[in-house]
Design a protein around this ligand. Structure first.
Ligand SMILES: Cc1cc2nc3c(=O)[nH]c(=O)nc-3n(C[C@H](O)[C@H](O)[C@H](O)COP(=O)(O)O)c2cc1C
Length: 161
């Protein structure tokens, strides 16, 4: 069975609402044959990553960056998950990325830096972006949770045999 790993940091109700909708979408009735594994970012391991066929990542924007918890996730799993470092220690471009990933980011005024921070690391993993990044500012509306549901469903559907 294919496996979709959801790694998230959801410290407030706003972010949690998006996370819950992403997870619900990944469990949509039309999805069959896909196991959905949900891990808080501080608990996800390299084994979780290696065992998965696709990924959904969620974070608030903090100080123009991803949350410290999601950064901890990347710090922990990056090399074991096949990440490549440049000589200066930055994440270098991966070749042959195949496992799909999606990303959602919640902020109050600007999520640009947070999105960039995640994508700059993920481009050095053997993963491929499979959906537009979902960026939500401020109050989470029904339209936002619908988009989050769709994001979860999209990634899960990609893993169906
Ligand atoms: C330390 C800290 C830094 C933050 N930095 C940003 C930021 O750079 N951009 C932004 O849009 N929101 C920022 N925020 C707001 C958070 O993204 C927001 O609190 C989080 O997404 C949860 O949303 P909520 O507080 O509306 O529930 C920051 C919040 C904190 C506590």
């Amino acid at each position: 069975m294919a496996s979709l790993l959801v790694v998230h940091h959801s410290p407030t109700a706003s972010v949690r609402a998006l996370t819950d909708a992403v997870i619900a979408g990944a469990h949509d009735d039309v999805i069959v044959g896909v196991e959905v594994l949900v891990r808080p970012a501080l608990e996800a391991t390299a084994d979780d990553v290696l065992a998965a066929d696709g990924y959904l990542l969620g974070t608030p924007a903090n100080f123009g960056y991803m949350s410290g918890a999601l950064k901890h996730f990347f710090d922990t799993i990056f090399l074991e998950a096949g990440g490549a470092l440049s000589d200066d220690g930055s994440a270098s471009a991966a070749t042959g990325g195949k496992k799909p990933f999606g990303l959602w980011v919640h902020g109050r005024y600007d999520t640009t830096g947070a999105v960039r921070s995640v994508l700059s690391i993920v481009q050095a993993l053997p993963w491929v972006q499979a959906a537009d990044v979902l960026e939500v500012l401020g109050e989470v509306t029904e339209s936002d949770t619908a988009k989050a549901y769709e994001l979860g469903g999209t990634l899960a559907a990609l893993l169906m045999e």
